[in-house]
Design a protein around this ligand. Structure first.
Ligand code: 13P
Ligand code: SF4
Length: 312
């Protein structure tokens, strides 16, 4: 296949963007070249808000499948393109509809709050969706005695249980990228860098969150690194976030928690499937496109719109 230099591809992408009235939305876990060409970079909540409000004809989603799917649900009349259709999510894959239906039946009287990292089918089985940036607010919008199932991330659910004093029933799912971050490694880095602050995404295991100085969504972690007076941060999340952290605070030091001496296992293998070249080809060919039945869109839009309403 023909290869182009990054600049060549970037120029072609910008040209196509104008010609096709397309918008490129990118998550912080995308490779730097994609982040640099995106119209908007954000966390899951901001990306869905942006998708809903754009007047572009084509949304090119540089992220993973559930994110592009959410954009399609919110904008059914628009073409939504994902550069690599294989860009899934281990967390979303940990919650299959048939098993989840059974789980719901085993917990009568419970409402379902689902993390946005789930499939369209799980969304249709949910009362409201949340992201890591609004989960506490969404949970707290229900009375204290409301019985709640939280799916699919047990780490985020456990963290919310702890800070809200709730006892939500948790689906046993997790993100393979955050789950692999080891406490031993975090403690080693903290000992080596006593002047650094540990900042962690709530998809990390409880033991990591207990050690953290700050916990938040990708945007919240970025903002904390900008606004906090500390000059050194140990970062417990996916590596992609470092690009904006370093760009925003070039004088500060960022240490990503390595999972292993030999591997960067906290590179999300799904997020990293998207490349600049695939982004270009997907815009040129206007595929792979996300397509969903009108019935699924209608059912899944209700809990997502409820989240957006509760978050505004
Ligand atoms: P946020 O960007 O909403 O913090 O989510 C992180 C994530 O895991 C996306 O897959
Ligand atoms: Fe899914 Fe984890 Fe990758 Fe986010 S980082 S897309 S939760 S596998």
């Amino acid at each position: 296949m023909k290869t182009f230099s990054d600049q060549n591809i970037a120029d072609k992408i910008l040209k196509l963007k104008k010609e096709k009235n397309a918008v490129i939305l990118a998550h912080y876990y995308q490779v730097p070249e994609i982040q640099d060409i995106a119209d908007f970079i954000g966390d899951s909540l901001q990306l869905s808000q942006n998708a809903k409000s754009t007047d572009a004809d084509i949304i090119v989603f540089a992220g993973v499948h559930f994110m592009a799917e959410t954009a399609k649900i919110l904008c059914p009349q628009k073409k939504v393109i994902l550069p690599d259709l294989e860009a899934g999510c281990s967390l979303a894959d940990s919650c299959l509809p048939d098993q989840f239906k059974k789980f719901k039946e085993e917990h009568p009287g419970h409402i379902v709050i689902s993390y946005i990292n789930c499939s369209v089918h799980i969304k249709t089985l949910s009362d409201v969706i949340c992201t890591s940036s609004n989960a506490v607010k969404i949970v707290e919008s229900f009375p204290k005695n409301q019985k709640i199932i939280f799916a699919p991330d047990k780490n985020l659910g456990g963290y919310i249980n702890q800070i809200t004093g709730r006892n939500m029933v948790l689906w046993n799912g997790s993100c393979e990228v955050h789950d692999i971050i080891k406490a031993e490694e975090v403690i080693r880095l903290k000992t080596l860098h006593p002047d650094a602050k540990l900042i962690a995404h709530p998809e990390c295991k409880e033991i990591i969150l207990k050690l953290a100085d700050f916990i938040g969504s990708t945007t919240a972690l970025l903002n904390f690194s900008i606004n906090d007076r500390s000059n050194k941060f140990i970062v417990a999340t996916e590596t992609g976030i470092l690009h904006q952290m370093k760009k925003s605070s070039p004088h500060k030091e960022f240490i990503i928690v390595p999972t292993d001496e030999k591997c960067s296992c906290n590179d999300c293998p799904y997020m990293k499937l998207n490349t600049l070249e695939k982004l270009y080809l997907s815009m040129k060919n206007e595929k792979p496109e996300i397509s969903l039945s009108a019935e699924l869109i209608k059912a899944a839009s209700l809990p997502i719109l409820k989240m957006l309403e509760l978050s505004s």
